[in-house]
Design a protein around this ligand. Structure first.
Ligand SMILES: NC(=O)c1ccc[n+]([C@@H]2O[C@H](COP(=O)([O-])OP(=O)(O)OC[C@H]3O[C@@H](n4cnc5c(N)ncnc54)[C@H](OP(=O)(O)O)[C@@H]3O)[C@@H](O)[C@H]2O)c1
Length: 282
């Protein structure tokens, strides 16, 4: 099965599909999940300082025997380490935890605090070769203001995205910058309602695939990067088996009828304050 790649606005090619490790405990669970994924053909892992499992990702990379350049590693800076002069040392600590000389894609995890200062340090990290590409996550308000001030325009924006909330408006806002959309909660965080939607069940029967595979293929057809989380070895294999079929325009229109504006996670002031106060361990 040949996986697909997305060309970023800096010319780099990123594997479109990967494994997300949000809520996967560090150590054996993260290492096993990544190693299983590598064995199935995955070449992209999405982690974050806040997930507290960068060490496990780095260890799996080492144990896999794969060459560093064969694997795409995305991680994210938490707001507690935002600020000019503050984010660059935080990136050095990430490199240590990941046991790597460079990060493929580094994102600002949340749009709170001194994200403009952090971005300046991330631009420096690119110049220093510590990071290949930089992007943002969960940005929305004043996005255009941030973009106007950024010397390097974000290569990716990572946000909640699934058939209930396909993020077409945001994609229009980002189009002129060539920014790739990365889908989090791509399977609705495992929501049984989404995984049993009659339209998707019907398409699963038509293609001899599971509903999860239909949804993941929808993300691929939408041109999004997608990295569902699972530690289940069967799901790891199943989720990657989506490069031997495609959804036609008629099927994509059927899935478009599921767009109902539902979001599983809505930002609010209290949440933003929690983000500002919390500090992940090194
Ligand atoms: N930037 C951000 O703020 C942000 C926020 C959230 C997530 N993310 C990223 O996005 C990734 C994915 O999001 P997510 O983990 O929250 O949600 P998700 O991938 O939409 O859903 C994960 C859930 O789906 C289940 N699942 C996976 N494959 C399945 C399959 N084939 N059939 C049935 N169930 C399946 C998993 O259970 P099992 O483990 O039992 O398979 C798990 O409960 C994260 O890991 C993280 O990398 C980023």
């Amino acid at each position: 099965m040949t996986q697909t790649y997305l060309k970023l606005n800096n010319g780099l090619e990123m594997p479109q599909f990967g494994l997300g490790v949000f809520l996967v405990p560090d150590g054996k669970e993260t290492i096993d999940a990544c190693l299983n994924a590598f064995k199935s053909g995955y070449r992209h892992i999405d982690t974050a300082h806040a997930y507290q499992n960068e060490r496990g990702v780095g260890e799996a990379l080492k144990q896999s025997g794969l060459k560093r350049e064969e694997v795409w590693i995305t991680t994210k800076v938490w707001p507690s380490e935002y600020g000019e002069g503050k984010t660059l040392p935080a990136i050095d600590k990430m490199l240590e935890r990941l046991q790597t000389k460079y990060i493929d894609l580094l994102l600002l995890h949340q749009q709170v605090g001194d994200y403009n200062g952090a971005w300046k340090d991330m631009e420096k990290a690119v110049a220093l070769g510590k990071v290949k590409a930089i992007g943002i996550s969960n940005f929305n308000e004043n996005l255009e203001d941030f973009l106007a001030h950024a010397t390097i325009k974000p290569a990716a924006i990572q946000v909640e995205c699934h058939p209930y909330f396909p993020q077409h408006e945001l994609k229009k806002r980002m189009a002129e910058y060539g920014t790739v959309l990365e889908s989090w909660y791509p399977l609705g965080h495992g929501d049984p309602k989404l995984l049993n939607e009659p339209v998707l069940v019907e398409l699963a029967k038509k293609y001899g695939k599971t509903v999860a595979q239909i949804i993941l293929r929808w993300h691929i057809e939408e041109g999004n990067s997608v990295f569902p989380k699972t530690t289940n070895p069967e799901h790891i294999k199943e989720n990657f088996a989506i490069f031997d079929f495609s959804l036609n325009a008629e099927d994509m229109e059927k899935i478009a009828t599921l767009n109902n504006g539902k979001r599983y996670f809505t930002d609010n002031l209290a949440q933003q304050q929690r983000f500002t106060q919390w500090k992940p361990e090194d």
